[in-house]
Write a protein that binds this ligand. Structure first.
Ligand SMILES: Cc1ncc(C[n+]2csc(CCOP(=O)(O)OP(=O)(O)O)c2C)c(N)n1
Ligand code: SF4
Ligand SMILES: [Mg+2]
Length: 349
């Protein structure tokens, strides 16, 4: 009996560096099914694939929390460092300074960032170090069973009925005020917006801070939570529609400057922000802070790219580092010979 011929399996779609989407996958997630953090990992995989990130050039960093576990679930072939709780920014700074050719992607939680890690976060935001810093924001310490974090909204309710009586820290307003040069808020359930924001983040050279509202289905998805799927579906107010055209695609695709603001990124790609009712200028820092403050007062959850400035020099430019990564300089270049030390000692006599 002759075997029935089977149709050949089509070759997987590859990106600009010849890799398929499977090359950007990570280990199997151990987070709860339906956790917003899993959806964010999926978008990071898509963004890295579509932007042609070379996995071996990527460094994934995190602190401690369910969110901080997620770098294990994307881009296996990259480098990774899981820091102490709230201390990822100092590790990120060290990595960037020792090898500025690598792409740095930090994943943190609202507890890891806005509670224990707030001091380190503040100093990272004021340096414009080239790093993408993502907060997977559920308003609770998911890993330690759902206590309020410092981003929990005033009046939000825990499952136990406890009400939060403190105002939240707005990490986006803080990042803008301190000097981050691309600041956005998105929602793990908004695939299109989050993917576009992540692609723009990859194209940016400077500090990117993205606060992604990411519901914790186990401790914060009930009635009275302001970070549940239902609350976000009802209250998410995009300030514009975010689109992104990478430099390797046809940049001349048409857009109407009357309805769309185009921001040219460092690598020549284009961030397209299409008006949705309100006028919003993402390059006006003072106005972005005003809009965020007003939104808090009205109880609105604004999403979109609040601020972008591709012109500010990065920390690497400010330090005027040599092109060759410091970590790869040969010992004879970084270690002064005995003669130089003897001369210095002589001068001190
Ligand atoms: C120094 C220190 N203090 C406290 C803890 C306990 N702890 C582990 S994770 C966590 C909070 C995590 O919250 P978040 O960053 O919001 O992550 P999520 O689990 O919500 O994603 C805390 C308090 C710890 N691991 N180390
Ligand atoms: S406890 Fe919450 S944050 Fe942690 S994995 Fe489960 S749903 Fe996600
Ligand atoms: Mg959290």
């Amino acid at each position: 009996m002759s075997a029935t011929p089977t149709a050949p399996t089509p070759a997987p779609k590859t990106n600009i560096v010849g890799l398929a989407v499977v090359d950007y996958r990570g280990g199997k997630s151990t987070l709860c099914a339906g956790c917003g953090h899993n959806a964010i990992s999926e978008r990071i995989i898509d963004a890295c694939f579509e932007m042609g990130v070379v996995p071996e050039n990527l460094v994934k960093l995190s602190g401690i929390g369910c969110s901080s576990k997620s770098p294990a679930y994307f881009v296996n072939r990259s480098h990774g460092f899981n820091a102490v709780h709230g201390r990822m920014p100092s590790v990120a700074t060290g990595v960037a300074l020792s090898n500025h050719k690598l792409m740095m992607l930090g994943v943190s939680g609202d507890g890891d960032t806005a509670s224990i890690g707030i001091g380190q976060f503040i100093h990272l935001m004021r340096r414009n170090l080239p790093v993408i810093y993502i907060i997977e924001d559920n308003g609770v310490y998911g890993l330690t069973k759902g206590q309020f974090s410092a981003t929990a909204d005033f009046g939000a309710k825990l499952k136990t009925g406890v009400i939060n009586d403190l105002p939240p820290i707005d990490t986006c307003a803080l990042a803008i005020q301190l000097g981050a040069t691309l600041v956005a808020r998105s929602f793990s359930g908004d695939k299109k917006q989050l993917l576009a924001v992540l692609k723009a983040a990859i194209a940016h050279r400077g500090t990117v801070m993205i606060d992604v509202i990411s519901p914790c289905v186990t401790f914060k998805d009930h009635e009275g939570s302001t970070k549940s799927y239902k609350y976000l579906k009802d209250h998410d107010e995009p300030v514009h529609e975010v689109g992104f055209v990478p430099s390797f695609e046809n940049i001349d695709v048409d857009y109407d400057p009357g309805t769309t603001t185009a921001v040219r990124m460092h690598d020549g790609s284009s961030l397209r922000l299409r008006k949705l009712g309100r006028d919003y200028d993402p390059t006006d820092r003072v106005n972005s802070l005003k809009v965020l403050t007003e939104a808090h007062e009205k109880g609105e959850v604004l999403t979109g790219v609040f601020y972008v400035n591709p012109q500010t020099p990065s920390f690497i430019d400010v330090l005027n580092l040599v092109d060759q990564p410091l970590g790869t300089l040969p010992e004879e270049m970084v270690r002064p010979p005995k003669r130089v030390l003897d001369e210095a000692m002589e001068e001190l006599r």
